[in-house]
Design a protein around this ligand. Sequence first.
Ligand SMILES: [Fe+2]
Length: 507
Amino acid sequence: MPRIDRRSFLTSGLAAAAIWRPLGSARAENFRTDPFSLGVGSGSPKADSVVLWTRLILDDASAATSADPFAPVPKQVAGPIDVEWMVAEDEAFSKPVRSGLYRAVPEFAHSLHVEVKGLQPGRWYFYRFRSGNAQSPIGRTRTAPEGVDGFRFAFASCQQYEQGFYSAYGDMAKKDLDLVVHLGDYIYERTYGAGLVRRHGAGVPSMLYEFRDRYALYKSDPELQAAHAAFPWLAAWDDHEVTNNYATDRAPDAPNPAEFLARRRAAYQAWFEHMPVHPDLAAGFDALRIFGHHRFGSLLGLTLLDTRQYRSPQLETSASDDRPERTMLGPAQEEWLARTLGASQAKWNIIAQQTLLSERDTRAGPATGYNLDGWDGYRAARSRLLDAVQISKAANPIVIGGDLHAFYAADVKRDFSDEKAAPIATEFVGGSITSDSPSEASLAAALAENPHLRFASDKHGYAIMRLNDRSAEVDFIGVADRKQRNSPASVFQSFAVSDGIAGVNRL
Ligand SMILES: [Fe+2]
């Protein structure tokens, strides 16, 4: 793969004129600092379209506080700004295929969500943006294939900025992938843990501008930018994009649901503004439908779920009554999932959600301990999901998740207490990119206590899944030291799932 260029200002007007068509009546800005400092990204790939993303950062504040008393008064750039985008078949942009203008508006933090249509399936494309005297770095993206005999994607989650560097993303960006799936905890709302390597430099966000600033901080990381620039992404959130352990309109740090929903609306809007998701999501942020089905030829159907927005409040204790009406997905998403799986003709059906679906008793011996923020706190809902998987007869169901800050591989049972039962699906949870992991001892206890949990690791990193006609292979990739910049990463465990036979096979 060609190297992705770092950001650069236009230096040659002649070269630029050859590449970009005239801006015409579009408003151009003379930027004093690089407005593309958050990088570029793409997402929601379909066979004939993809969404391009960037967000302009306008540094009028630093200009206003310039130490040079003779510096010109900063230009007011808070209004709409026209940005030209271009898609080409090659990195030199000698074969342009689509281009256009997009008006970035302050109401959406000058973010761009450009849906580019009319593309060819299963192809690499290069893209970039320009506005005034500024030009973005070059991004690379790939449309979904039609028929296909191989597909590779990475999945990642949990990237607390203060707890480590993004070496995992630096490694991911160099891999040969068709897609990246982010399963949540892209930002964290507050400081956790000790031994921090960098700081948020701000408190817990509740206002829109505070969430925007948090995303801008995370997205200033060059390795995260490299992973966005290299592949199209699909993204779902978990809790920390709003606040820890929230459920629908309740949160431990929010006594007033109405106030919390205002905070949630701000958080959802900021999430939209910083993710390469479809522009139609901007219709409203009181609720945001992010769950969806993504098809990659005949090989892969990927259902991306939202386990946060619609869930019932957490149980008080493990012994609390898990009434059947309690829900994790909400009735509409549940019904949609059953219908979507039932209609899927794909060879592999990935159910991408936020956490571990399989049961996990964390206490040794006859006593039990469950994570009530996970599916173990929503047992009736889990049973309905497993019923839906079975009834749908969707081929080769594989569940992927994050949230636990540990890697897991599991045989998904219809009844987890039945050790002899054959698995009905296979599950892989990716470790955290940086967020603090549980102790090795607690993982060993979970493995000993739950025979269907086949593997666990407290390493930090991400996972890659490779699909073909015969098997799905999964690599767990760990970084040597998340507290070091550019720490090397390597595959530390691989698995295979055979076509037609659910269950983990350790390689
Ligand atoms: Fe997390």
